[in-house]
Design a protein around this ligand. Structure first.
Ligand code: MTE
Length: 328
């Protein structure tokens, strides 16, 4: 089998929050100017655009429509909400770029019309238009913390609906054990797809039990508006107790199966990224500590909490799985 030696997937190590930031030290000018250093600073995205931001957007910015949804007070982010600018201009979306400032490229992704294929172990496989799906659910707003495996964190008011509602609409067979989400692979508008060392399309999954957990959320908006393409519009997964890489963007297929899926990242590096990927400060990534996180849009570095602080909602799902690698 041909294995590409460039190991492009190692980018996340380069992009992980640098140690001096995680320790709460201010970077020196020398650090800032060293190579890609500036791009590595969570919250420095703004400064970066003014220095390097002369690139031409791939398309005009998408118009974001107001989304009426009541905030559900049960889910309190517990931290100040991240400034919208930071949450929408410092992104991970490898289909567009390995860097963070891909919001310009992402504007080219056509979002309308959008439909989702429901396949595999379901009563009746079908394709559901997003508009039709949204008529079957009610939208709410939830403020969730988000923890990336690269050690940056944000707190976002997401608008969406429980994933459990989609599972009910899909009518999985009793024998289905997992649900697998697939991102669109738009060859024309996603330049990252040309990097053949990545195992496209971007895929990840949950157990049915995790999918039915009250925290699992399908997001269509943020900050009271439809989500911008760089954050996963028109529909993405949000599972706040897991590292961000589980949270598949621009979902075009929801597949039910009895076989545990192998995710995009697990295919690339199974020794570094596993199926469960639950947040735990005590289990280091093989190449960096997970003990702390940098708060996007600020200079703050705070201790990371197990289950990203959502243990009361999710920990019991794993009581009988202690022998598994739950935190990778
Ligand atoms: N989904 C797709 N399709 N492609 C990606 O590269 N990156 C993941 C996740 N979902 C990714 C993706 C990672 S690593 C993170 S941390 C979050 O998206 C980032 O979400 P944000 O850009 O909205 O902050």
């Amino acid at each position: 089998m041909f294995i590409h030696q460039r190991r492009g997937w190692e980018i996340p190590e380069r992009l992980v929050t640098p140690e001096h930031i995680a320790r709460g030290e201010r970077p020196t000018r020398r650090m800032l100017l060293a190579g890609a250093g500036l791009a590595l600073l969570p919250g420095a995205a703004h400064a970066q655009f003014s220095l390097f931001g002369g690139g031409t957007p791939a398309a005009p910015p998408k118009e974001l429509k107001p989304l009426a949804a009541t905030r559900n007070a049960r889910y309190d982010g517990g931290r100040p909400i991240t400034p919208e600018h930071d949450a929408t201009t410092y992104n991970n979306y490898y289909e567009f770029s390995d860097g963070k400032t891909l919001y310009k490229e992402a504007q080219a992704l056509p979002l309308d019309p959008w439909s989702i294929k429901v396949t595999g172990m379901v009563k009746e496989p079908r394709t559901i238009g997003l508009e039709e799906l949204l008529k079957k659910v009610s939208l709410e707003e939830r403020v969730y913390r988000h923890r990336c495996v690269e050690r940056w964190a944000m707190t976002v008011p997401w608008t969406g609906f429980p994933l459990a509602d989609l599972v009910r609409v899909a009518e999985p067979l009793g024998s289905a054990k997992y649900v697998v989400f697939t991102t669109i692979a738009d060859q024309k508008n996603m330049p990252g797809l040309r990097k053949s060392y990545y195992p496209w399309p971007y895929v990840d999954g949950l157990t049915i039990q995790e999918a039915m957990n009250e925290l699992s959320f399908l997001t269509v908006g943020m900050y009271g508006k439809t989500a911008p393409p760089q954050n996963g519009a028109p529909i993405r997964l949000t599972t706040p107790w897991k590292y961000g890489f589980k949270q598949v963007k621009a979902i075009v297929e929801v597949h039910f199966t009895d076989k545990r899926p192998v995710s995009f990242w697990e295919k690339l590096a199974s020794d570094e990224y596993g199926f469960w990927a639950n947040v735990n400060p005590a289990v280091a990534h093989p190449r960096w500590s997970q003990a702390t996180e940098s708060v996007l849009g600020s200079q703050e570095v705070v201790p990371t909490k197990i289950w990203n602080g959502y243990g009361e909602f999710v920990a019991s799902m794993y009581d009988d799985k202690k022998s598994e690698k739950l935190f990778v």
